[in-house]
Design a protein. Structure first.
Lengths: 415, 559
């Protein structure tokens, strides 16, 4: 009885072991298939991710929107410059040195140079020249970023109490045709007109609008920044995904006129002595939509137009936003790793540029993943083909193996 | 057979999977398609008006406000009164802790003592004066060198003429000298001859004298000379008379010869003198030639003149510089003395002030009114001239200043009222308009009086003007786009298809008539009544397919 029991246990164990061996061999033989599946999954996921994050970058092809309807090709160029801040982000960017910082007078110099270039490529042969200091035949804008506290004083309620709501917010002081370079979704109103109607107009983002007003239909409402009242003329939505969240586009933001920031600065709000002039304020970002008859020439035009700029300069970053997300550019930006971040560590990039850089990073990872997936796919397909050919040349290898296992079982039984 | 069954199993599985996937895609095709089509919100253009505002913000300032300032380094012991408490002059507002640390005062007193000692020692220093004689002598020497160099230059420039003249002199005097030399020789020979003759005669006279002496010794009377005009008989030969006559003749001859000698000597002297003169002239000419030949070239002489000029200039500059340096040193010393005296006075004042403040134990009100803007608390350390609080008298009047653009301020006038959105302020009236100091051409400072319940330091925003203009087509500014070819809007065209309504956007060129930031007045063809895109998820192209969405639904989703 005991012996029989032991024998039955032994047979069960042996049977299980053989089953496991069989399963193990089957698994090994099916690995190419699973590798193929994994490569397809990785590749698909990466491709979908690429489309998703590129789709979230609405500003990647602003040149195409600008040039539609005409035969002239345009390139979106951006220059990011450095400066100094007296007490962190709550103070404006101030001018440091030529070749590293940009001020309002530098903008005039750049505009004059670029207008000359634009006029020289004008097929009519007649130069347009700047009109009231503004570009003709091309477009530009500039901006600077700082932080501030925004206060909304609500109306007096029934009890006669007035409540103040406040929020620390990112202030983007803009000038020029900012809207042509940054396509926001408007929840109400519009953006600051290029020609100032009222310097005390302001545009806020949806996060701030909801924080202060619990609504987006707030055009005409007033908020206080820098101890001055501003009228809201528009509410914009910026956040479209994970990247926007990471770079702070889901934090409160306001857009005001750069000329108003100059007035606030000159008035001594930031603790500076009165009489400080516009030349002390630095511009963090200058963007231009330049006509380009020969591909790549806008890049050199921009570099030549910037006063005192040298290519070795680490305090200024010139980038072509057009065609930024192609493979070659992704490779140049990311390799060697961390080199670009280290080189331009002293530049305070605005959120849209941080989003672009993060997008490049994610695209790089996705491209590497697609490459890996391709390699895996190719190796899986090759091993499947080789296995197929081997199966044709030799009787089913797996069958042979299972037959061997069965044979060994029988041998054991016989024994 | 087994293989066939196995393959058939796989084919069936693949077919089932394919059908399933196809079914899913078909089922969710609309969802997938909608996910790729951007959502837009549309509105029709409406007749409306745009309002323009020019607003500015300023800080209210009270007239007649008394500021109470802090005392450097004092700590607040207690706060007796607080904001909005009424005070009269002399009322205690804050009490201060007594000063225990007199380090600051001691330091100042030490500094004062050091300065006073320094002043005393400086006053006892002997005075030093600079000797300018060396510099003046250098100038004189340089001037002499310059004169010499100029002279050399002049001589060098006239070298040829000088040489020619000297040579001429030599040439002219050479022949003269020869003749004169001959004359001198002749005169000398003549003189020599006369001297010889005289000497011979003298010898003969001596001989005769000897012979006469012999006769005399022998006692022969010596004949006395005859008187003039008396004819004496011819003496006998060999006699004493002959000897005397010979002697007399010789003496007379010698006298004549002496006379001739004198003449010859005179002639000789004259000839010698002339010869000497001629020789001197020749020597001078030779010396002149030698000197002229030893002169440097004109270039070198000019260089020497330049060098001498430079040396003179340098000498003068050195003299001027030493005068200036001496003057500067004197001024510096004077300034140092004055500064020291000022510092002494300042320190004395500071010590007095500090002593007075160190004795203070309270801060009192200096005017009547109510306290406003006090932010200090117990334990705060005060800073000199820090405004601790303001005492605002009753019935205080407040003013506020705004900065407007010149184009806006040109419509203002004194007495004009500006509108203000504040519950507490009744009126803001312009009292003065003047150019702004920071930009007098383009900006104006507008000072206004405030009526109402306003607190000093309060931010007040006024609206300069509100203008309304009617337009036929007004849309939100977000509906108006701009690109290289101009401004345009997107109009949605809906068409019915088998699968439902299909919305396509089309570009329509418009002209912007006006904008107030939030809304824009436009004009263009076929825009009245059209469905205009006022909001889209992403930038659109002409001909893009879109789907209409309801804004309110979206807001609910966001909330």
């Amino acid at each position: 009885m005991q012996l029989r029991f032991l024998d039955s246990i032994k047979s069960i164990v042996e049977k299980g072991s053989n089953e496991r061996k069989r399963s193990f061999f089957k698994f090994i033989l099916s690995v190419p298939f699973w590798v193929l599946v994994a490569s397809l999954v990785i590749g698909t996921f990466s491709v979908v991710n690429i489309f998703s994050i590129l789709g979230a970058r609405k500003d990647k092809s602003m040149n195409e929107y600008w040039q539609q309807g005409t035969d002239v090709r345009y390139r979106h160029m951006a220059v990011y410059a450095s400066g100094s801040r007296s007490f962190g982000l709550f103070s404006p960017l101030t001018y440091e040195e030529a070749g590293g910082s940009l001020c309002v007078s530098d903008i005039t110099t750049i505009r004059t140079a670029l207008q000359n270039v634009s006029d020289s490529s004008n097929t009519s042969g007649k130069g347009n020249g700047l009109k009231d200091g503004k570009p003709q035949g091309w477009e530009d804008c500039y901006s600077s970023i700082l932080s501030a506290n925004v206060i909304y004083s609500s109306d007096v309620n029934e009890d006669g109490i007035k409540t103040d709501l406040s929020s620390d917010t990112s202030v983007i002081a803009v000038s020029g045709n900012f809207r042509a370079f940054h396509p926001y979704e408007y929840l109400s109103g519009g953006f600051l007109p290029e020609d100032e109607v009222d310097k005390n107009q302001i545009v806020i983002n949806d996060v701030l609008a909801w924080t202060l007003f619990k609504s987006y239909d707030i055009v005409g409402s007033r908020i206080t920044i820098f101890n001055e009242e501003f009228v809201i003329v528009g509410v914009v939505s910026q956040s479209t995904g994970k990247i926007d969240e990471l770079v702070g586009n889901e934090d409160p933001q306001v857009f005001m006129y750069f000329s108003k920031l100059i007035d606030v600065y000159a008035g001594g709000f930031f603790g500076t002595s009165e009489g400080m002039s516009s030349s002390d304020l630095a511009i963090g970002c200058y963007e231009a939509m330049l006509p380009e008859e020969v591909s790549g020439v806008a890049n050199s035009d921009m570099i030549a137009a910037i006063p005192s700029y040298t290519v070795e300069n680490n305090n200024m970053y010139v980038i072509s936003c057009t065609g930024r997300y192609n493979l070659k550019n992704i490779w140049n930006q990311m390799i060697p790793f961390g080199a670009m971040e280290e080189k331009y560590a002293n530049i305070d990039f605005p959120s849209w540029e941080k989003a672009s850089q993060l997008t490049l990073q994610y695209l790089f990872y996705d491209c590497v993943a697609i490459l890996m997936a391709l390699v895996l796919m190719i190796s899986a397909i090759v091993s499947i083909i080789l296995r197929y050919h081997a199966r044709k040349a030799i009787p089913a290898l797996d069958t042979l193996v299972t037959e061997e296992i069965d044979e060994s079982e029988e041998n054991k039984k016989d024994f | 057979m087994a293989n066939f069954k196995k393959n058939r199993k796989w084919v069936i599985r693949a077919a089932v999977a394919f059908v399933l996937i196809l079914g899913l895609l078909t089922f969710f095709s609309n969802t997938i398609m909608n996910a790729t089509i951007p959502k837009v919100v549309v509105e029709s253009a409406y007749r409306g008006n745009l309002s323009y505002t020019n607003s500015q913000t300023g800080t209210a300032k009270a007239e007649g406000v008394t500021e109470v300032k802090g005392i450097e380094g004092r700590e607040i012991a207690s706060v007796v009164l607080s904001n909005y408490d009424r005070v009269s002059p002399g009322d205690v507002i804050l009490t201060l802790k007594p000063v225990t640390d007199t380090t600051a005062l001691d330091t100042l007193e030490e500094q004062l003592l050091a300065l006073q000692r320094e002043a005393e020692y400086a006053a006892r220093q002997p005075s030093t004066s600079v000797d300018y004689s060396v510099y003046l002598q250098a100038i004189v020497d340089a001037e002499a060198a310059l004169a010499q160099a100029n002279s050399t230059l002049s001589a060098a420039m006239n070298r040829e003429a000088t040489l020619t003249a000297a040579q001429g002199v030599i040439n002219a005097n050479s022949s003269t000298a020869i003749a004169q030399q001959a004359e001198v020789d002749a005169a000398s020979a003549s003189l020599e001859a006369i001297n010889v003759e005289i000497s011979q005669n003298q010898n003969q006279i001596s001989v005769l004298d000897d012979r006469i002496a012999v006769f005399t010794t022998l006692g022969t009377p010596t004949p006395s000379p005859a008187d003039p005009g008396v004819i004496t008989p011819t003496p006998v030969a060999g006699s004493i008379e002959e000897l005397c006559a010979q002697r007399q003749a010789l003496v007379e001859e010698n006298e004549i010869l002496q006379a001739n000698l004198a003449d010859a000597q005179a002639r000789l002297n004259n000839a010698a003198s002339q010869l000497a003169t001629t020789n001197t002239a020749i020597e001078n000419a030779n010396a002149t030639i030698e000197a002229a030949n030893s002169l440097p070239s004109v270039t070198s002489a000019q260089a020497a003149v330049n060098t001498a000029n430079s040396a003179l200039t340098a000498a003068r500059e050195a003299y001027t510089n030493i005068q200036i340096t001496t003057g500067i040193a004197a001024d510096q010393a004077q300034d140092s003395v004055e500064d020291r005296n000022e510092n002494i006075a300042e320190l004395t004042e500071q010590i007095a002030e500090l002593s007075e403040t160190m004795e203070a134990t309270e801060i009192r009100a200096t005017a009547a009114g109510y306290i406003y803007g006090m932010t200090t608390a117990v334990g705060d350390v005060l800073v000199k001239d820090q405004v601790l609080l303001q005492i605002i008298p009753d019935n205080v009047s407040c003013t506020v200043s705004f900065t407007f653009e010149e184009s806006v301020a040109s419509n203002f006038s004194i007495g004009m009222e500006l509108s203000v959105d504040s519950y507490w302020i009744d009126k803001v009236v312009i009292v003065s308009i003047k150019p702004d100091a920071s930009d007098p051409r383009n900006k104006r400072t507008v000072k206004c009086s405030i009526e109402g319940n306003v607190m000093p330091g309060e931010q007040i925003t006024v609206v300069a003007d509100r203008a309304n203009s009617d337009y036929d087509c007004v849309v939100p500014s977000s509906a108006v786009y701009e690109d290289n070819s101009g401004t345009f809007i997107y109009v949605v065209e809906q068409t019915s298809t088998v699968l439902g309504n299909k919305c396509i956007v089309h570009r329509v060129k418009v002209t912007v008539e006006a904008t107030d930031g939030a809304r824009t007045a436009i004009s263009g063809e076929n825009i009245e009544g059209a469905q205009i895109v006022v909001r889209s998820e992403k930038p659109l192209h002409d001909g893009d397919r879109v789907r209409l969405t309801d804004y309110s639904t979206t807001e609910d989703e966001r909330s």
